[in-house]
Design a protein around this ligand. Structure first.
Ligand code: ADE
Length: 261
């Protein structure tokens, strides 16, 4: 995967390309990482990249000429790449989008600044617009980093353990199970016995169950969007029965005048 980021703040990416999984992916040639300074393609002594909006109003707009020239230069280096504009108006970025982007041979990520980019750039040069959430950032740089990070970790070999991305939250449609590491007891809380049992089947069952519980408690919308497997249905039905039992036990307590409640 070839990444090229077009930005007026290339320094923001120096540290980003040089840390963690992204850095390792670069050094093992799984990805290439280029940062292109849009200002290098701007004309004049001051290399201006923004201008006032036609029609008036506050804020500035990214000028089309330097952006177009920077995109053309990036495309000439990686002609097969998709050109993605990071913008709050884009398609919401999610795991399926990251998975789709990970199959591309390259991505040219255009970071907008100011009030936005000249509309003619969007029409003529952009293949896809992506938003990382319903909030407005001061520029697309952080959003580009989010996209690069999420896509890079999906490239086979980037995570070390080949199948670790397959079990992630969202890729299974569920949030990930609970994790524990040493020490065995922390803040008076022991690691669940099952994880120390060495019984892989039981551990797998426990993980699926905690994964379902977390998704139910934190993101019911994910459960509603996704068909349940027979095993998952069975787990959920068992909980229903447990809950019914607890509720029934409550009404019995109330009926008992000696219970003190
Ligand atoms: N630029 C500004 N806000 C953004 C957002 N929410 N997503 C992507 N790019 C942006």
């Amino acid at each position: 995967m070839n990444f090229a980021v077009l930005t007026i703040f290339p320094e923001m990416f120096e540290s980003f390309w040089n840390h963690g999984i992204v850095r390792r992916a670069v050094s093992s040639d799984l990805i290439t990482a280029a940062t292109i300074n849009i200002r290098d393609y701007a004309q004049g002594r001051h290399r201006v990249t923004d201008d006032r909006p036609y029609g008036g109003g506050c804020g500035m707009v990214m000028k089309p000429e330097p952006l177009a020239a920077a995109i053309v230069a990036a495309r000439s280096r990686q002609p097969e790449s998709r050109v993605v504009l990071l913008s709050p108006q884009g398609r919401p970025f999610d795991q399926p989008t990251a998975e789709a982007l990970a199959t591309e041979s390259g991505l040219i990520l255009v970071c907008g600044r100011y009030e936005g980019v000249d509309e003619r750039i969007c029409q003529d040069h952009i293949d896809l617009e992506i938003s990382i959430g319903d909030y407005v950032l001061t520029g697309g740089e952080l959003a580009a980093m989010v996209v690069v990070d999420a896509v890079t970790r999906l490239i086979p070999g980037s995570l070390g353990g080949e199948d670790s991305a397959d079990l992630d939250s969202f890729s299974t449609g569920l949030l990930e199970h609970a994790h524990y590491t040493r020490p065995r007891t922390f803040a008076d809380e022991p690691v669940p016995d099952v994880l120390l049992s060495g019984n892989h089947k039981e551990i797998e069952d426990w993980r699926l169950e905690t994964s379902l519980i977390r998704t139910f408690l934190k993101r019911q919308d994910l459960l509603e969007q996704r068909p349940l497997t027979p095993r998952e249905t069975e787990i959920l039905k068992n909980w229903c029965q447990d809950l019914e039992r607890i509720i029934c036990a409550q009404s019995e307590h109330r009926a008992d005048p000696l219970s003190g409640r």
